[in-house]
Write a protein that binds this ligand. Structure first.
Ligand code: ATP
Ligand code: MG
Length: 245
């Protein structure tokens, strides 16, 4: 272990989390933290527990042991829809866009909540249309008719409607063409500029290393390595050890 994370209070802190699916022990004491506005990569081979880590933070699965803190407050046991209103955004691997709703209707599902003025709604829509001009072009098109990359953009844009402090992004570039992959990288950079924290689960190591400030590498349900993203490159032995085929 090297390059300790920032010493100020983290935005999200995961402490010694153990998670089971039925009798299968999946997370074996995962600890990690994400600072306000920090982009943190979470790497690891298939099945090591990356998505389960995100689901545990989001309250979609309950840990049997350990806890998750948001700004120092324990949030374990709080349901996902409440955490979404407290600033945790989640874009799952399968994106979950509403295929029969238009792009605009998909975005509005994140806007129809208490205390959001018409002015704020307009500003949020303007912002995502600036980030994703293609969504503006296709605003009246059904979500299901978008390409994979456009659906990923819609999923991120819909998440942004909730003004998250952190976005848990599960393999956003999976199955996308290289041009779309760079666009997702640019969006992550733009969110970082706006001080939105991101926990980025990816198989794309170069993208993760360029988009993140720090990375954690998991193996068999536990974090085995953490370091500054600038401290390693794709040819580093730790990448080969934990991610090589
Ligand atoms: N709902 C579930 N019920 C039972 N086992 C599950 C369930 N979801 C995942 N698992 C198992 O838990 C382990 C961790 O899965 P998880 O999806 O967290 O891995 P991952 O690191 O995200 O992998 P991938 O890179 O394939 O997305 C795997 O062995 C998987 O088969
Ligand atoms: Mg996964």
């Amino acid at each position: 272990m090297s390059d300790a994370p920032p010493s100020t209070q983290p935005l999200v802190l995961i402490e010694d989390v153990h998670t089971y699916y039925g009798k299968s022990h999946i997370l074996h004491g995962v600890s990690l933290q994400i600072g306000a506005g920090e982009v943190v990569g979470l790497l690891g081979r298939n099945g090591v527990g990356k998505s389960t880590t995100l689901k545990t933070i989001m309250g979609l699965v309950q840990p049997s042991q350990g806890r998750v803190l948001l700004n120092g407050d324990p949030i374990t046991g709080i349901p996902a829809h409440k955490l979404a209103l407290r600033g945790i955004g989640y874009v799952p691997e399968d994106r979950r866009i509403f295929r029969l709703l238009t792009v605009m209707e998909n975005l509005r599902t994140g806007l129809d909540r208490r205390g959001v003025t018409e002015g704020t709604k307009r500003a949020l829509l303007d912002k995502v249309f600036k980030y994703f001009p293609v969504l503006a072009e296709r605003r009246n098109q059904a979500g299901g008719t978008l390409s994979g990359g456009e659906q990923q953009m819609l999923a991120i844009a819909r998440c942004m409607m909730l003004e998250p402090k952190i976005i848990l992004l599960d393999e956003p570039t999976e199955g996308l063409m290289p041009r779309m992959v760079s666009q997702i990288g640019a969006i992550i950079d733009a969110l970082h500029q706006e001080n939105v924290a991101i926990l980025l689960v990816e198989q794309n190591v170069p993208l993760t290393l360029s988009a993140s400030q720090r990375v954690y590498i998991m193996e068999k349900g536990a974090v085995r390595h953490q370091c500054a993203a600038s401290a390693i490159d794709v040819n580093d032995p730790v990448i080969k050890q934990y991610l090589g085929v």
